[in-house]
Every structure is written in C-alpha cells, then in structure tokens.
Design a protein around this ligand. Structure first.
Ligand SMILES: Nc1ncnc2c1ncn2[C@@H]1O[C@H](COP(=O)(O)OP(=O)(O)OP(=O)(O)O)[C@@H](O)[C@H]1O
Length: 628
C-alpha cells in the first residue's frame, strides 16, 4: 500500500467514525471556545510542553509564513492551545476557529487534519472535499500527533490554510519533522540525567533528529525509548522496557559509566540486526536541539541565561573591530549603572542577546540573576502569568502555591525582554505600571512585590512603525528606550575576518581550522539573512565536514559549506561586494563540478559528498554551460 492509499484509508475511516457519531455533512461546526476558566485550566495542564513547543512552532511558521498558512498546536482532545498566523488566511471556513480553547476533534468538527491525526495516531493531510463538514471544504491542512516519552499522545501540530493557498508540497514533511523535534525535546526532558545511547542502522544518521535514542538506568535498565528508537528496534515501547542494555543492544552497562570511551559503538539487536551507536552522558543533550534548556520548564521563551551560552567576558570582548559596533558598545558602557533602560535594535541573529548578557556581566547587578524572556515565544495566553506570576488560587487550575513571575525573579539582577515588539497590547500597560512603580503585583491580586532590576529590551521590529499602527504604546516606548543601540547586520560589518576567527575559536576543533580565500570571498559577498547565528551554524558544519578531528590542519573550502548556504543567494544572483570575484551561482556550480570530477561523473556520489540532493545537481547543471 503506498502512502496515498494509507492517507485515503485514514480519511475514509474518519468519515465512517463521523457518520457513526451521527454527524451530517451539512451540520454546523461546534466552534464554541472554552470559557476563560476552562482555558486557564487547559493552559495549566499543558503549559510546560506548550512552552517547549512554542519556539519550534515559530521556526516552522518562519518557513511557511509567506504561503499564508497558520501553525496550530492542540492538546490531546484537539483543543487549540496556541496558534500563529492570521486567521483571515483561512478564508470564510474558520475565521474564528483557531482561537485558543476551540476544539478540532472529529466529534466537534468532523473529519479534519487535527481531529483525524489524533484519532488515528498518524500524520495526515486533509484537503478541501476530504473534510467531513461542508463548512470546512475550503481548507487544506496537515497535522501530526505528538507523543510524550511514555508513548502517549499529548497533542497535535497542524499547518492550516485556505485550499486556494495551494499549500507547499513539503508541508506534511515539515509538520512531521517539527512534531518529531518537539517529541525529542520532551524525551530529553523526561530522561533528565540518565545516560543515553543514540543509534541508527545508518552510521551517518546516529544522533540526528530522525535517529533512535534510548535512556538507561545506571544498572542498564531501559527507561525510555524515543519514536525513532521504537521504529529502529522494531518492537513496541512496553516490550522495549522489559529489556536491558545487554539484552537490547548487546552492550555492557560499563559503557555508560562516566569516563568510559566515547567512540562509535557496534550494537546488535535481539533479532541479530546490526546498528551503529554512541553513548551520550549529558542531561538533555540532543543534537540540534536545546533539550537542556527546555528542561527548565520554560523552554526558549523564558529562562535564566545558561552560563555556557554566555559570550566570554563582557562588553569589550564583543568588540572585534567593527566601527558601528564599537560605537554601540562605547555608548552602552557610558550608561551602565545609571538605571537607564537599554533598547537593542537589530536584525535576527545580530547578537542582541549576547549584548544583553555582556551588559549584565559588566553591570552593577552582575551578581544577581539575568532573566531572559522572549515575548514572541511565549503563547499569548501564558505571557501574563509567566511575566507577573500569580497568587495561590488566582484562577481555577492554578498551581496550589502560586508562581513567581519572571519580573520578580530578576530582582537584584537584569531583566532582558527579547522581542518586546511582540508583547500583547493588553500587557504593555501592566509592564508600564511595573516600571513606574518599581513593584509587581501577581495575578489574583495580593501584595505588590518590590523589584529592583536593570532593564534591557530588544526587537528586530520597528517600534515606531508599531506605534503608528496602534500595536505598541507610545508611553511604554519612551520608558524603555533610555539608550537605543543598533547592532549592524553581518553583511555590513567591517570585521568579518575577526568574527570568523572568533566563532571558529569557540567551536570544538575549530581553533585549528583555516578558511580558504575562496570561502572568505563568498562570506564577504553573502547576504547573511541569519547573521551571526547563521555564520555560527555554517562554520560548525564546515568544521565537522573538513575533518577537524584529524591530525593535519584542516582548511575549510567551498565543498565543506552546507548546500542550503551555497544555494541561498544563487537564484537571485550575487550581492554586490568589493571582493566578489564572480557570481555565487558560478561558485556553487564550480563546487558541483569539482565534486563530479572527483566522483568520476557519478551524480549520486557527488550529491552525497556535497550533502545536497541529486535533483539540485541536475537543476543547477541544467542552467550551466556544458562541462568540458
Ligand atoms: N559577538 C559574537 N561573536 C560570535 N558569535 C556571536 C556573537 N553574538 C552572537 N553570536 C552567535 O549568534 C547567535 C545568535 O546570537 P543572539 O541570540 O545574541 O542573537 P539575537 O540578535 O538575539 O537573535 P534573535 O533576534 O533571533 O533573538 C549566538 O548563539 C552565537 O552563536
């Protein structure tokens, strides 16, 4: 049975369930959202994992926003917890229906991607006419269930748009991958400090988001196995849990002990199949993920800054020779300790959070906490209680002892409000009151708690533009922008070489790497939409691909750069730059040509060596002059 047949089967079964429940195609959708108290209970029950999922939803949304699709997270009953995007994109079908508290179960809405993915426990895409209720037949959605570390469905992730929006062909894959990443983070959180073994039949896939991972007790008993692991091992979780490290993977528990060798492992399953693996001992460690941070229960949305992620030293350490940056750093240095709020502006990835950490490091309250709150990453329904805290019994379902808000947690230290432009207008007035009165009153009333904090805010949005549109309070704006500094985008910085050297020095094995002239020229002409974060990620991949573990000094050349980076500017042509020796497209073609030469013209081998698809090679070569 192909996947199309499977999908049609899942939808046919869903229609049968709806008919059995007595639903009619012309029936009205049950769109009544939960009342406020019910919503508060719902968020209390699901808040922890919802916060963990929120940054991943943001990342997914960033990839598809241009196609006018919403990203929606629901609980196990299909009740919307958090939604990103403009409900108007859903057209007439459901302008109100993605509000938190609205149920998308099959019982409420008939067969639809969310309800059907939850009922069938499988990812599914539902287009137009495939919806049970006629009212939804202008929609097109893809949803995947989300399983916790115990293998229980706890919710669904959905991407929804109007049928006419056309949907991206890879939407289902993106939803599945994001759901898997959420599961991996939940898994890392559940595993805590337990030693883990990552494994896969294919050595290259060990430690990737698609790979298997199992957590073991110190004695070698299986504690948890992620979904990738369940599928690699070919047996259900309850059976896996009856195993030990020896009986499942043929490995002695001594391999988990601190100090045991870290090299690649040859594993053997009970049925004799062989797997590649490696032991991971750090808590919450998940390659490409941030499980460790997520473990704090506040996800990427709000946390005390992790020591390991701090820039080395304070403000001076950030100055690598760019004039605009040096001016910003000097200005910040002058206002430190004077109680002046600092507003950092800059594109994504320009180092706003690193600057905030350096400000805290050099500030008078450095001995106190640095509390980071990403206003864009906290679901709107949680942001008020997250920031201000709540009293014992503030709302039905609230935790017995109440909770201290992030503002109060920053007392004696620095509060960094990232993406302040995304703070809901209703909360801006409360924040303004806190700043004026220097005290915070938790939800549910009670005593105002004095707060003594340094305040740093950041945004990549134009707050003046937001004020003009009525999305940001002008009085709050003037409270926050005591000193405004703008971080330059990487493409405008005059110290790229120094920055590359700095980033390399901070990467394992990177300090020994040189960068070829060719690569440096490409870097200098690149647009860098992801700025320092993108440079960091490109160099991390390049260091790994250049074989930095080997004895000789590796040089990063074009063939070590990730394919998506090489492709990024190619279709649009080169960004004009003083050192641009030829178009990026030409450089990318040159890399492909050399790889093809090395591989004797074998396209599959060249694609594998470059880490790009064969189609990309065919597409690029189709537009290129003939090979000599
Ligand atoms: N001064 C620096 N030198 C080297 N790398 C840096 C520097 N500043 C930031 N980075 C790298 O860029 C990444 C992103 O930095 P940071 O989170 O501070 O950016 P940001 O502007 O706050 O991003 P966003 O707007 O997306 O929140 C960091 O994790 C780090 O890898």
């Amino acid at each position: 049975m192909d996947t199309g047949d499977t999908r049609r089967d899942i939808i046919a079964q869903a229609h049968r369930r709806c008919a059995d429940m007595g639903l009619h195609h012309d029936g009205p959708p049950a769109r009544a959202a939960l009342p406020e108290a019910g919503l508060a209970r719902l968020m209390e029950r699901n808040g922890a994992w919802c916060r963990l999922a929120a940054p991943l939803m943001e990342a997914l949304y960033a990839q598809i926003a241009e196609s006018r699709h919403m990203v929606v997270l629901t609980d196990a009953d299909g009740v919307v917890l958090h939604a990103l995007g403009d409900p108007a994109w859903l057209g007439s079908a459901a302008p109100e229906a993605m509000r938190p508290g609205t149920a998308w179960s099959e019982a409420s809405m008939g067969a639809n991607a969310i309800g059907t993915a939850l009922a069938s426990k499988a990812p599914v895409q539902v287009h137009g006419e495939e919806h049970f209720l006629r009212a939804h037949r202008s929609l097109s959605s893809a949803a995947a269930p989300i399983f916790d570390a115990e293998g229980q469905v706890i919710g669904a992730l959905d991407v929804a748009g109007a049928q006419c929006a056309g949907g991206h062909p890879h939407t289902m894959a993106l939803v599945r991958m994001t759901a898997q990443e959420i599961e991996n983070r939940l898994f890392a959180q559940a595993c805590g400090n337990a030693a883990m073994v990552q494994f896969h039949a294919c050595a290259e896939l060990v430690g990737t988001a698609a790979g298997g991972c199992a957590a073991f007790s110190p004695g070698g008993r299986v504690l948890y196995v992620n979904r990738g692991g369940v599928s690699q091992c070919g047996m259900p979780l309850p059976r896996l849990r009856a195993h030990t490290l020896v009986s499942l993977l043929g490995l002695d528990p001594a391999a988990l002990a601190p100090g045991a060798a870290d090299g690649p492992l040859a594993l053997v399953l009970p049925d004799g199949r062989r797997l590649h693996g490696r032991v991971v001992r750090r808590s919450g460690a998940w390659p490409g993920g941030e499980g460790g941070q997520a473990g704090g229960g506040t996800g990427g949305a709000g946390r005390s800054a992790p020591a390991g992620a701090r820039p080395a030293g304070g403000l001076r350490a950030l100055d690598t020779g760019d004039r605009q940056l040096a001016q910003a750093i000097a200005a910040v240095g002058k206002v430190l300790g004077r109680g002046i709020p600092i507003m950092i502006l800059g594109e994504t990835g320009t180092g706003k959070e690193w600057l905030a950490q350096a400000i805290h490091h050099d500030g008078q309250r450095a001995a106190g906490p640095l509390v980071v709150v990403n206003c864009a990453a906290i679901p709107e329904s949680l942001i008020e209680s997250e920031l201000f805290g709540y009293e014992d019994g503030a709302f039905t379902g609230a935790r017995k002892k109440g909770a201290v808000g992030r503002i109060a947690q920053a007392h004696g230290g620095t509060l960094f409000l990232d993406e302040i432009g995304d703070m809901p207008p209703g909360l801006q007035a409360r924040l303004l009151r806190v700043l004026q009165e220097r005290s915070v009153t938790p939800l549910g009333g009670g005593r105002a708690v004095p707060v003594d904090i340094d305040l740093v805010c950041a945004t990549h949005r134009s707050l003046r533009g937001l004020i003009a549109e009525g999305g940001f309070r002008e009085d709050l704006y003037y409270r926050l922008n005591g000193l405004v500094v703008k971080l330059p985008p990487l493409r405008e910085r005059g110290d790229l070489r120094a920055v590359v050297a700095r980033v390399l020095a901070g990467l394992p094995g990177g300090g020994r790497c040189a960068v070829s002239d060719e690569v440096m020229r490409l870097f200098e002409s690149h647009r860098w939409p992801g700025n320092l974060r993108q440079l960091h990620s490109v160099l991390r991949t390049a260091v790994a691909l250049s074989g930095a573990d080997e004895a000789c000094e590796p040089e990063i050349s074009l063939c070590h750069l990730p394919s998506d980076f090489l492709e990024e500017d190619a279709p649009r042509g080169p960004a004009p730059g003083p050192h641009c020796a030829g178009s990026l497209e030409t450089e990318a073609l040159e890399v492909i040509r050399r790889a093809l030469e090395r591989c004797g013209g074998n396209v599959s081998a060249a694609a594998k060596a470059l880490g790009i698809s064969r189609n990309t090679i065919y597409r690029k070569m189709a537009g290129a002059p003939a090979l000599p």
